[in-house]
Design a protein around this ligand. Structure first.
Ligand SMILES: [Zn+2]
Length: 325
């Protein structure tokens, strides 16, 4: 069994405990450097805010959190390590690149015109997984990929293939971003065509759709589905996410579903002013305070909830390196 690389060192998958599989301490949209000076001033306050948030989550039983921020969304692994050192929650960071319309595709698209960006991306991901991010020595524990709504662009496909090759070289699992509950099946097509087993993949934001045919097409192949945007009412209502989840649990898919919120705690550059109505339930404790009680009320056993929060993250990390398709 492979160890999990956290930002503060390796740990056994057996030690992960209750794990939130998709939250963000910090992200920055490409271009955040426009307010880079203000960004630096806020660093200490951001670290304190993240430590406080993890303290609250630890009180609810969370012991590990995966922040799948890709390279090009303002990722700061040193901030993550400092936060982890000051809290009781382990943090796992990612390598990988974001989707074309909101990431920073220009660099590798330019390189692809004159060379082999696929190899360069693969080498970069492998190096961040095995040696560390830049000079930090902090190793990524997972590979992040992302696709657009209703399409996978040629650039995004390049990133998916590089991620698959980095997975094959290192055994690190893959976690994905999908938009509007689309393209998860096609993500699996590309990743498995490169030899990745579906059980090494979390298809993220699968709860952005409540179409059971879409979910079953991925579950039947053995992938994990991320029901990882609870509280993001604006994108897809919680009621619809819960209805799909309760249905899938009712027919025995608890071993292939992970839970989270995709919250963002700090923004690089200037923080946006987000209306309070959007923030009402978009909080990393929402699953524990509201969703789990509702699942229990609907007759979902505590054992199934524990499987999604504890056993699935453990198995995903423990078996990714040996999974075969
Ligand atoms: Zn995310």
């Amino acid at each position: 069994m492979a160890n999990v690389q956290t930002v503060t060192g390796a740990c056994s998958p057996d030690a992960l405990g209750t794990t939130l599989m998709h939250e963000h301490l910090l992200i920055g949209w490409p271009g955040w450097e426009a307010h880079g000076e203000e960004d630096r001033v806020q660093r200490r306050e951001r670290i304190a805010r993240c430590v406080d948030q993890l303290h609250e989550l630890h009180g609810l039983g969370v012991s590990t959190l995966l922040d799948p921020c890709p390279i090009d969304l303002g990722r700061d692994v040193e901030l993550m390590a400092e936060v982890a050192q000051r809290s009781k929650v382990r943090l796992v960071c990612a390598t990988g690149l974001y989707k074309e319309d909101q990431g920073a595709p220009v660099y590798f698209k330019f390189r692809q015109q004159f060379g082999d960006a696929l190899s360069e991306m693969t080498d970069l991901f492998v190096s961040e997984l095995t040696e560390g991010v830049g000079e930090t020595g902090i190793r990524a524990g997972v590979i992040k990929v992302a696709t657009s709504a209703h399409q996978i662009t040629p650039y995004e496909e390049l990133v998916l293939r590089a991620a698959a090759r980095a997975h094959r070289a290192t055994g690190a699992p893959i976690t994905t971003h999908t938009d509007e509950g689309t393209m998860g099946v096609q993500q699996l097509d590309i990743l498995t065509s490169e030899g990745v087993a579906p059980s090494a993949i979390v298809v993220g934001h699968s709860c952005g759709s409540s179409n059971l045919d879409y979910h079953l097409a991925m579950l039947d192949r053995g992938a994990y589905l991320g029901f990882d945007r609870f509280g993001l009412e604006l994108l897809h209502p919680d009621r619809a996410r819960q209805a799909a989840l309760i249905g899938l649990l009712g027919v025995g898919f608890e071993k292939q579903i992970v839970l989270s919120h995709d919250t963002v705690w700090c923004w690089r550059g200037r923080a946006p002013t987000i209306p309070a109505s959007i923030l009402a339930d978009w909080h990393p404790t929402h699953v524990f305070r509201k969703i789990i009680p509702r699942l229990r009320e609907a007759g979902v056993s505590q054992a199934k909830i524990d499987t999604m929060l504890i056993e699935n993250p453990r198995r995903y990390f423990a078996e990714a390196g040996t999974a075969r398709c």
